[in-house]
Ligand binder design. Structure first.
Ligand code: TXA
Ligand code: MG
Length: 336
């Protein structure tokens, strides 16, 4: 299949919307990451999304709308708390889960009685959904289990030849996926930390609970090893070198740093020299991708503070990690 690369202008968006209306698949930028979109009311179109991504059918998909009113066609009712959250956080990186109308095909929700919906804060995404004149179901535009794309080049890389079109909108500003909150439970539950910080959500929902930790299957996106680079990723724990563990040459390893350069490594990526967690979130996937392509023996990642966007960054790093590391004067020890 030939994948058309479209400009993010009026003409390109009209062409992309036409693909959606014809039950095709289009990757498009949102403020978080690129999504792979299809007509949310067409099971056949959504099946093409699963096929292109090689995504297992048990993993449900987020439906994207261009206006808060559009949720009426997806949810059976809109409780007051949902309205309050939509007013405060939409358009933006917050996905809300509520009972679905029967009109929403089961393949979108992986058979669940609920559907996840969000209104993205990106002019191209909003224009595309409006021009398509229907909600757009879109998971992140990566192959299943791989890093989410924060630039159209990464989409071309992972899905080129497997989808109908890509709207080339450059880098995505937030860079980390949306926060997913289930309003089905009381108090509401965070199924995935993301671009909307928990502190801001708690101002509206003081009782908000953290959902199943990475490792449980309550939200399939919360499966432990989900965002995986090909190169082994080791999460750094400071402290003395362990007795056992496999020594790795520092020069053969990459280092993903939060704010300071580290010496001795083959390649270093600094997420935010000024220590800004929003900037760190925006750069995370692209930095991991660059390290992943550098032919390194391992990537060592330094933890970031778990506040604001740091909660989402640590969530992704823990899921991407295949072990822990200790860093000594000359060597890196791979632990576990
Ligand atoms: O920022 C984002 O959320 C991006 C952009 C494209 O909007 N999308 C995204 O989609 O990250 P995806 O498919 O990679 O992740 C969707 C997450 C998964 O963790 C999935 O399990 C959860 O949302 N989800 C979707 N529908 C659900 C439902 N009905 N109940 C519970 N969790 C659901
Ligand atoms: Mg994803």
């Amino acid at each position: 299949m030939e994948t058309r690369v479209l400009a993010p202008d009026k003409e390109g968006i009209i062409a992309a919307a036409d693909v959606i209306r014809r039950r095709g698949t289009v990757a498009f930028p949102t403020e978080t990451v690129y999504g792979l979109g299809a007509d949310a009311f067409s099971a056949r179109a959504v099946a093409r999304v699963f096929a292109a991504k090689e995504r297992p059918r048990f993993d449900p998909i987020i439906v994207h709308v261009a206006s808060p009113e559009d949720v009426q066609t997806l949810w059976t009712s809109v409780p007051p708390l949902a309205r309050t959250l939509m007013e405060r956080f939409w358009p933006g990186p917050l996905t809300l889960v509520l009972p679905r109308r029967r009109r929403v095909p089961g393949i979108v929700t992986a058979g669940l009685p609920t559907v996840a919906v969000r209104m993205p804060d990106h002019p191209v995404a909003l224009a595309l959904i409006r021009a398509a004149e229907r909600p757009v179901a879109a998971p992140s535009a990566n192959r299943f289990g791989r890093l989410s794309p924060t630039h159209h080049d990464a989409v071309v890389d992972q899905l080129g030849g497997r989808i109908d079109a890509i709207v080339a909108g450059g880098a995505t500003p937030v860079g980390i996926e949306s926060t997913v909150v289930s309003l089905v439970e009381d108090p509401p539950v965070v199924l995935r930390p993301g671009g909307a910080p928990l502190e801001a959500l708690r101002e509206v929902v003081p009782g908000l609970r953290m959902g199943a930790p990475a490792g449980s299957a309550a939200s399939p996106g919360a499966l432990p090893r989900h965002y995986v680079p090909v190169t082994p990723l080791l999460l750094l724990e400071r402290g003395p070198a362990p007795d056992e563990g496999e020594p790795l040459d520092r020069l053969a390893c990459g280092f993903l740093a939060f704010r300071e350069e580290w010496s001795g490594f083959g390649r270093v990526e600094v997420l935010s020299p000024r220590g800004d967690l929003v900037e760190a979130g925006a750069r995370l996937f692209a930095a991991l991708d660059r390290l992943d392509r550098a032919g390194l023996a391992a990537i060592v990642a330094e933890p970031v503070p778990e506040e604001g966007l740091g909660v989402a960054v640590m969530d992704r790093l823990r899921r991407a990690a295949s072990g822990r590391a200790h860093v000594g004067p000359e060597e890196v020890w791979r632990v576990r």
